[in-house]
Design a protein around this ligand. Structure first.
Ligand SMILES: [Zn+2]
Length: 117
């Protein structure tokens, strides 16, 4: 399962990001950005995260998923648009110099740790 691998990576990133002195505190929430092109199913990722987090610093942490839409733009005529999947032609000028602006994201954006141990 695609989401399981991602959940494992998220937990690993969180573990590596927390300073030694804060390791005994609870991670309350992890905010991740998931672009449309990553084809992640949020519900599935939440489930995989809760399973993976059990034996880690992320135990009991909430996973906040920010879904980033796919947005494209044309380098020839500067037309910009939202899409469900990557496009190879500009709908405005038929140009082929298409740039993906957002939608590829797959990143841990914020880690919230409890104030006290
Ligand atoms: Zn164009």
């Amino acid at each position: 399962m695609h989401e399981m691998g991602i959940a494992i990576s998220i937990v690993k990133i969180v573990e590596e990001s927390i300073p030694e002195s804060m390791r005994d505190r609870n991670v309350e929430a992890v905010v991740v950005e998931i672009g449309r092109l990553s084809t992640v199913v949020p519900e599935s990722l939440r489930f995989c995260f809760s399973v993976t987090a059990r034996d880690s610093v992320c135990k009991g942490a909430e996973l906040d998923i920010i879904e980033i839409p796919l947005t494209l733009s044309c380098r020839s005529c500067s037309h910009g648009w939202d899409a469900d999947e990557p496009a190879f032609f500009c709908p405005s000028c038929d140009g082929i110099d298409i740039q993906i602006n957002t939608g590829r994201e797959l990143a841990v954006r914020t880690i919230r740790v409890a104030d006290e141990a």
